[in-house]
Write a protein that binds this ligand. Structure first.
Ligand SMILES: [Zn+2]
Ligand SMILES: [Zn+2]
Length: 408
């Protein structure tokens, strides 16, 4: 959604969904490995960045390519945004030194967070500047030339910006954490991460903050079993607590967030499916996920979730699954493209490691409606086969450009 084409919509995009520390494990790729960062574009032109985890770098990169088409050309300028920081743990601030728009003087940022007991006055400014101090970072803070204003806020504070009302509330987390509610003309988004349930004062804060929200983004780092045992007191929550709050506060959509660095994509799948049994309008935050608030409701899309290397194919398939209303189905379908990582082959010749191969897979069916699957691949493994003339060859497929004329 482009705010120019849908001026009455609010668009929320997830740039980082992971808690505690970025992850690069392969089994976590599907949901993404960057730490907390969300971007909200509100009707009326308000622009908000919620937390500055490592996902912030991705947002900066996208802004540069969106404006100039290339990372090598001059940077975006004239950006004006409010940066709402929940607290000062690394996973919520570590993207700051890597956000290009901070290094451009035409840009303007208003930062909001609380006065930390440990840091005192101007906590957020200190946190930002300390990250660029020697010997932790090679670039001097003087190079960060964007106009920066720092605002100290506290739980219970509210302010308005370009037609959006922002409200902050204290959550239960070591060294403190603020949750934020953003009431836009298109609907309400509540960002409540890094919160452990069970302290009445904070539980009440959260409930009031989340009341009637169109989308509640909630800390779902652990399983209910972990929270009850080994992770008690660590300052986080579960999908089950999220479901309870969503019901009590009459939230329309629940978005599980702040995935544990130890959680594989399958683990997060499990939390999502369990939550949906109790509260069907549940989603699991994924890097690139967009939540659009429009007059008729909330639309969730995953425009960038197919990270794999794609191949355009024409294959017939039988697909079975569950439709939106929960009923199972099975039908004949056409496969238009495939996203594959690689294959394992038996060859008579032993190819050189890291050399290129082309693999053509014959497909069944009549020649009119199907075409062979032709793939370029790089060799990543060679091992002896069953006899002297056979080699087991592992390959990873290479990206190919999209064909000029799309398949019909
Ligand atoms: Zn965190
Ligand atoms: Zn934290």
């Amino acid at each position: 959604m482009d705010p120019q084409t849908m001026p009455n919509a609010a668009k929320l995009k997830f740039w980082g969904v992971r808690g505690s520390t970025p992850t690069v494990e392969r089994d976590a790729w599907r949901y993404g490995g960057n730490t907390s960062c969300l971007e909200l574009t509100a009707p009326g032109g308000g622009r908000f960045i919620l937390d500055c985890g490592s996902g912030l770098r991705m947002l900066g990169k996208q802004l540069r390519t969106a404006v100039h088409g290339s990372l090598d050309t001059p940077r975006i300028s004239g950006m004006d945004a409010q940066v709402l920081v929940t607290h000062y743990h690394w996973d919520h601030i570590q993207g700051m030194p890597f956000f290009h728009p901070f290094f451009h003087e035409q840009n303007r940022f208003n930062f909001y967070s609380f006065r930390s007991k440990q840091l005192g006055r101007d906590s957020l400014r200190q946190v930002l500047e300390a990250q660029l101090a020697s010997p932790y970072f090679p670039v001097d803070v003087g190079k960060m030339t964007a106009e920066r204003h720092f605002h100290e806020i506290s739980g219970g504070d509210s302010w308005d910006s370009k037609g959006t009302r922002i409200t902050a509330a204290w959550l239960n987390h070591p060294q403190g954490c603020l949750g934020y509610r953003l009431d836009t003309a298109a609907g309400t988004i509540v960002y409540a991460t890094d919160n452990e349930p069970g302290v009445p004062e904070f539980d009440r804060n959260l409930l009031a903050l989340a009341e009637g929200a169109d989308a509640l983004i909630y800390d779902s780092q652990y399983s209910p079993e972990q929270l009850a045992t080994t992770r008690r007191g660590w300052g986080h929550s579960t999908w089950l607590e999220g479901v309870k709050i969503a019901r009590q506060a009459k939230v329309k959509n629940l978005i599980l967030f702040h995935h544990d660095p130890e959680s594989s994509s399958r683990t997060v799948d499990g939390f999502l499916y369990a939550a949906r049994q109790e509260f069907p309008a549940t989603w699991a935050a994924m890097e690139g996920m967009c939540v659009t608030l429009i007059e008729r409701g909330v639309e969730v899309t995953l425009p960038e979730s197919r990270m794999g290397r794609r191949r355009w194919v024409r294959l017939a398939a039988t697909v079975s699954g569950q439709s939106e209303d929960g009923t199972p189905f099975e039908e004949r379908a056409a496969v238009r493209d495939l996203s594959l990582l690689g294959a394992f082959l038996s060859l008579n010749r032993r190819p050189m490691l890291q050399s290129e191969l082309r693999v053509v897979i014959q497909t069944a069916g009549d020649a009119e409606s199907t075409a062979p699957l032709s793939l370029r691949a790089t060799v990543v493994r060679c091992e002896p086969g069953r006899d002297a003339n056979e080699h087991g060859v592992g390959v990873v497929f290479i990206e190919e450009a999209e064909p000029d004329t799309p398949e019909d």
